[in-house]
Design a protein around this ligand. Structure first.
Ligand SMILES: Nc1ncnc2c1ncn2[C@@H]1O[C@H](COP(=O)(O)OP(=O)(O)OP(=O)(O)O)[C@@H](O)[C@H]1O
Length: 668
C-alpha cells in the first residue's frame, strides 16, 4: 500500500467507483492504490470520473495535510485499577499482557464478553489512560504516546454526547470550525463539514435535529455516523470506536462497518470494540483481538481465527456464527463445541472444580487452557514480529510525534463559535411554551392580586413593597435552579471536547455564561410590562428602564450562584439541596419578612441578592415620595449596585476556578 497526496484525485475517483458496488457513496481522500488495481472497476462514465477528479482536486485544497500513516503496536499491555474502599485499598487487574498491532488501511476489532476489558484496552491504546496505571509498551510508529498525537487521534465513545437541538449539519460545522487548523478559512472549514456529510451518507438528514430523550431526532445509525463524522472531520490518522454498532439492527451495523472500511482505506488506522457481531459483519474486519477476563485469547487475522481455534482442538459441532463461537469460548462455555483431549481428560477425572454438571469442563478451566494455548503457541512469534521496525520514513515518524499543539481557532474565534452554538442550542429551552406560560401566568396572577394598587398611604405602600419584594425573590430564585444544571449536564460533552483539545476552558466558560444573556432579557421584560401595567406601578421610560436593569442584574447574580454551586459540586442532588438552603436564607434575609435582625446575623443580608434588588426596586419606585419605605432606608443605591456587580463577577470566578480544578478527562 502506498500513500501519496499527489495521487489524491485518482483516489477520490477510485473510492467512489469501488463503493458504488456497495450501493454507498463514499469518497475519502488521501489514499491511492496502484493504477492496475483501478483498471478493472470502472462503472462510471468518463464525465463522472472527471467530475470526481474535480471534487478530488477541491478536497485536496481543503485537506490540511494528507493522513499521516500511523502503525500502532502494543506488547505486554497490563492495566490495573485501584479500588478505594472505606477501610482498605484494593488493586484490581483488568488486563494481563495484551499484544497486537494494526497498520494504516486496516480495521482491528476488539471482541470479548462483557467485562473482558475491551473498553479498557481501547482507552489505553487511544492514550486516554495516564501512567502508571498500565504497563507494557504502546507505540505509534515506534514512538511512545505524546501530546502531539492528540490531534491525530479520533475517539468515538460508546455513549457519545451530542447537542440534541443542533441539526446534523450544525453539529459537524461547529466541530469543523473548532477543530480544523487556523490555516483554513471559515468557508473551507464549512466545506469540510459538507464533505463529511456526503462521505458518511448523511445528506438526507443533514437538516434534522440530533434529538435526545425529550426531542425526536435522527435514527440510531445516523447518530452514530454523526459521532464518527465529528471525529473524522479532523482527518485523524488513528480512529478508535467503542461499540459503534451496539443497539443497531444488522443492516445498519453493516453499513457502519462499511463506513469504517472506507475510512481505513483512506489511509487511517481503525480500532473498534465490537460486542456480538453477525457473521457477515465479523468477517468484514481485518484483524481480531479476542479477550477473555482481561487475557488475550487470540490476536491475528480474522480470516485465520477459526483455523487457529481448530488447531488447538476447539471447533463448533454445529453450524455457528464464528463470532458467537468465539464469545462462547471466551466465556468458557463449550456447549456444542468440541474440546481437546487435555480438557476432556480433566472432565473424566471427575474433579468438581474442573467440571460442570453437564459433564463439560468448567469455564475457568477452558479459560486457562485458551490463555495457555495462545501463550505457548503464538505469543512469542507475534512479539518477535512486533519488534520489527515500522515501515515508515524517519521524517514521518518525527512529524507524528513532534508536531506542536495548535488550536484550531484563536481565543476570540473559539468564544464566538461556542457563543453561537450555545445560543442555537438553548433558544429552544428558553422559548418553550412551558416557560413562557409559567412567566406570563405568574405575571398575570400578580397583576390581578395587586390590580391598580395605590401608594398614597403607608398601608398601600407596604402592599406595593410586598409586590416588589416578590419580584426580587422570583427573579432571584429560578435562575439559580436553572443555572445549577449547566456544568453537571454538560460535563460529558465538556470532558470529551476538552480531551480532544477543541478549545480553551476559558473560552468555553465565557461563552457558556454569556450566551444566555440575550435570552435572559426577553422574558423578564415581558413579565415586568405585564405586572407594572396591571398593578399600576410607576412606569415612565426612565424608571422602567432602570427596573429592567436591576432585575437583569439580579438574574445574572443568581445565575452566578447557581453556576458556582453546580461547578463546585458537579452533582445535581447535592447542588439542589445546597441551593435551596442558600436561596431560602437569602430570601429570609431580604429585608421584607424580618426587620429587626440580631446583630450577629444581620451581615447575612449583604450576601443576599434579593435584599439588594429589593432596595433598588424601592428606590426607583418611591425615591420621589419618601426616604424610608416599609422600614428600608433609601440611599443613593451605589452600594447595592456594587454588591450585585461583585456577585455577578465573583460567583462566576468561583465557578470557573471550580471547573479548572476538576479532572475533565473522559470517564472522570
Ligand atoms: N475504573 C474502574 N474501576 C473499577 N473497575 C473497573 C474500572 N474500569 C474497568 N473496570 C472493570 O474492568 C473490567 C473490564 O471493563 P471494560 O469496560 O473494559 O469491559 P468491556 O469488555 O468493555 O465491557 P462491556 O462490553 O460490558 O462494555 C470490568 O469488570 C469493569 O468493571
Amino acid at each position: 500500500m502506498k500513500f501519496d497526496v499527489d495521487d489524491l484525485n485518482s483516489g477520490a475517483a477510485l473510492s467512489r467507483a469501488s463503493s458504488a458496488s456497495l450501493g454507498l457513496s463514499f469518497s475519502f481522500t488521501g489514499f491511492t492504490v496502484p493504477a492496475d488495481e483501478i483498471a478493472d472497476s470502472k462503472p462510471f462514465s468518463d464525465d463522472e470520473i472527471a467530475e470526481d477528479l474535480e471534487a478530488g482536486r477541491q478536497k485536496k485544497r481543503l485537506q490540511t495535510e494528507p493522513t499521516l500513516p500511523i502503525y500502532l503496536k502494543f506488547t505486554d499491555v497490563t492495566y490495573k485499577v485501584i479500588l478505594k474502599g472505606i477501610t482498605s485499598t484494593v488493586e484490581k487487574d483488568i488486563l494481563y499482557g495484551i499484544n497486537g498491532s494494526v497498520a494504516p488501511g486496516e480495521v482491528l476489532a476488539l471482541m470479548g464478553p462483557s467485562g473482558s476489558g475491551k473498553t479498557s484496552l481501547l482507552s489505553l491504546l487511544g492514550g486516554r489512560v495516564r501512567e502508571p496505571a498500565h504497563g507494557g509498551s504502546i507505540t505509534y510508529n515506534d514512538q511512545p504516546y505524546s501530546k502531539s498525537l492528540k490531534c491525530r487521534i479520533g475517539f468515538v465513545t460508546q455513549d457519545d454526547v451530542l447537542f440534541p437541538h443542533l441539526t446534523v449539519r450544525e453539529t459537524l460545522t461547529y466541530a469543523a470550525r473548532l477543530r480544523l487548523p487556523k490555516t483554513l478559512t471559515k468557508e473551507e472549514k464549512d466545506q469540510r463539514a459538507s464533505d463529511v456529510i456526503y462521505e458518511l451518507g448523511l445528506e438526507s438528514c443533514q437538516d434534522t435535529m440530533i434529538g435526545g430523550s425529550f426531542v425526536r431526532g435522527v435514527s440510531g445509525g445516523e447518530r452514530k455516523r454523526v459521532c464518527i463524522g465529528n471525529e473524522i472531520i479532523i482527518n485523524p490518522s488513528l480512529l478508535f470506536l467503542d461499540e459503534p454498532t451496539s443497539g443497531l439492527d444488522s443492516t445498519t451495523a453493516l453499513r457502519i462497518v462499511d463506513t469504517l472500511h472506507d475510512i481505513a482505506e483512506a489511509g487511517k488506522t481503525v480500532v473498534t470494540t465490537i460486542h456480538q457481531p453477525s457473521s457477515r459483519l465479523f468477517l468484514k474486519f481485518d484483524k481480531l483481538i479476542l479477550l477473555g477476563k482481561g487475557s488475550l485469547l487470540y490476536f491475528g487475522k480474522v480470516s485465520e481465527a477459526m483455523v487457529y481455534f481448530s488447531s488447538i482442538g476447539c471447533s463448533p459441532l454445529i453450524a455457528m456464527n464464528p463470532a458467537e463461537f468465539m464469545i462462547d469460548l471466551a466465556n468458557g462455555n463449550v456447549t456444542d463445541i468440541s474440546v481437546p483431549s487435555e480438557l476432556e481428560d480433566k472432565v473424566q477425572m471427575g474433579n468438581s472444580t474442573t467440571e460442570t454438571k453437564s459433564g463439560k469442563p468448567a469455564p475457568a478451566v477452558v479459560h486457562e487452557y485458551l490463555v495457555e494455548a495462545y501463550e505457548t503457541r503464538v505469543a512469542e512469534s507475534e512479539k518477535k514480529k512486533l519488534k520489527t521496525p515500522t515501515p515508515v520514513d524517519e521524517e514521518i515518524k518525527a512529524k507524528v510525534c513532534s508536531a506542536k499543539r495548535e488550536w484550531g481557532a484563536s481565543w476570540f474565534e473559539q468564544y464566538s463559535i461556542l457563543f453561537c452554538r450555545g445560543l442555537k442550542e438553548r433558544r429552544h429551552d428558553y422559548f418553550s411554551w412551558l416557560r413562557v406560560t409559567q412567566v406570563l401566568a405568574t405575571a398575570t396572577i400578580l397583576g390581578l392580586l395587586w390590580w391598580q394598587s395605590g401608594s398614597n398611604n403607608p398601608k398601600e405602600l407596604q402592599d406595593q413593597a410586598g409586590l416588589l419584594f416578590f419580584i426580587a425573590v422570583f427573579w432571584g430564585f429560578f435562575p439559580v435552579f436553572t443555572a445549577i444544571f449547566t456544568f453537571p449536564q454538560e460535563r460529558a460533552m465538556l470532558s470529551k471536547e476538552r480531551a480532544a483539545d477543541m478549545y480553551r476552558l476559558s473560552a468555553y466558560f465565557v461563552a457558556r455564561t454569556t450566551s444566555d444573556l440575550p435570552l435572559d432579557l426577553i422574558l423578564p421584560v415581558l413579565f415586568l410590562v405585564v405586572v407594572y401595567f396591571m398593578a399600576g406601578l410607576r412606569m415612565n421610560a426612565g424608571s422602567f428602564f432602570l427596573t429592567v436593569v436591576i432585575v437583569f442584574l439580579c438574574i445574572i447574580a443568581a445565575q452566578g450562584l447557581g453556576l458556582a454551586i453546580g461547578a463546585t459540586l458537579m452533582d445535581l442532588k447535592k447542588a439542589t439541596t445546597l441551593a435551596s438552603v442558600t436561596v431560602m436564607t437569602f430570601m429570609l434575609a431580604g429585608g421584607y419578612f424580618v426587620k429587626h435582625v440580631p446583630v450577629f446575623i444581620s451581615w447575612l443580608r449583604y450576601l443576599s441578592f434579593n435584599y439588594h434588588t429589593y432596595k433598588l426596586l424601592l428606590k426607583v419606585q418611591y425615591e420621589h415620595i419618601s426616604d424610608t419605605i416599609n422600614g428600608v432606608r433609601i440611599d443613593d443605591g451605589c452600594k447595592e449596585v456594587g454588591a450585585l456587580v461583585a456577585m455577578v463577577i465573583g460567583y462566576r470566578i468561583l465557578a470557573y476556578l471550580s471547573l479548572r480544578r476538576m479532572k475533565l478527562q473522559p470517564g472522570a
